[in-house]
Ligand binder design. Structure first.
Ligand SMILES: [Zn+2]
Length: 273
């Protein structure tokens, strides 16, 4: 599943090629993916210039000159890539095609169809998906104290707390394991047993791991492809994730794997308390 670094990579890839360009046409090859795609979308965005491309948690927002926005979520298997009109042959899961001048196409492909494409009109302030999103890990408003206040009363484990998109948005299984390792915090620890000082370390660890992954172009576990068609390579830098039985890079203890809420968690029982 594309995680925050992959989505940031896609947003940056899109910015390089289509920021400032005018959408010529949008072709919908399906009426729905996870949710129905608004039928009015092509008419609303046709002829609109893209004035900004933002990432909010794992959503990408194409901001249009008239104040409208196109909301994109890659879901489990969504990919976006560039094609040229002349040579493009539509793939089976190419659900939405954005056309730009000079034959440039941006394809939204999603085999499992958990992705989202929506249109938000200029006057619309609330959006059910965006309103449910927690704080972005890079938000200036997310301070160690704010994080501490969000965590301290929760009796669930730290893995579940960090995976909860309503608390911090955009962290998935991989980066939670990696961030907890760097913060030397056991994924099974209760939120009530975390100190403010540890929250400071944890927040730095979360940002460090995401920043490194963004620099590396996002990770690639399955068929995820960047907007420029290159595979990411952050997975070669995982310190604990998917490294069961291998030595901890800090102390050589064998990395353990446990299951939490049905998903694998990796940690070092020596380094993480
Ligand atoms: Zn260790």
């Amino acid at each position: 599943m594309p995680e925050l670094p992959e989505v940031e990579t896609v947003a940056r890839g899109l910015s390089k090629k289509i920021l400032g360009k005018t959408i010529r046409e949008v072709t919908l090859h399906r009426a729905d993916i996870r949710f129905p795609i608004p039928k009015i979308l092509p008419a609303k965005v046709r002829g609109q210039k893209i004035i900004a491309i933002d990432r909010l948690s794992k959503y990408i927002l194409l901001r249009l000159a008239d104040g409208g926005r196109v909301l994109i979520h890659l879901g489990m298997s969504g990919r976006m890539f560039f094609e040229t009109e002349k040579t493009y042959a539509r793939g089976k899961h190419d659900h939405v095609v954005f056309s730009f001048p000079k034959g440039l196409l941006v394809i939204f492909n999603d085999a499992r169809r958990f992705g989202v494409i929506d249109y938000i009109a200029a006057k619309t302030k609330a959006h059910k998906l965006l309103d449910a999103v927690g704080m972005d890990p890079f938000s200036k408003d997310l301070t160690p104290q704010v994080l501490f206040d969000k965590i301290r009363t929760r009796k669930t484990d730290m893995k579940a707390i960090l995976m909860n998109q309503k608390i911090i948005a955009g962290l998935g299984n991989i980066y939670v394991s990696e961030a907890l390792f760097r913060a030397k915090m056991r994924p099974t620890r209760s939120g009530t047993k975390v100190t403010l000082k540890e929250c400071k370390k944890l927040l730095s660890a979360i940002r460090a791991v995401l920043t490194e992954a963004i620099k590396a172009g996002g990770s690639s576990l399955r068929d995820y492809v960047q907007t420029d068609g290159e595979l990411g390579y952050f997975q070669s830098k995982f310190r604990v994730y998917d490294r069961e039985g291998k030595p901890c890079p800090a102390c050589k203890t064998k990395i353990e794997r446990i299951t939490q809420s049905g998903r694998s968690t990796y940690f070092c029982s020596t380094c993480q308390k």
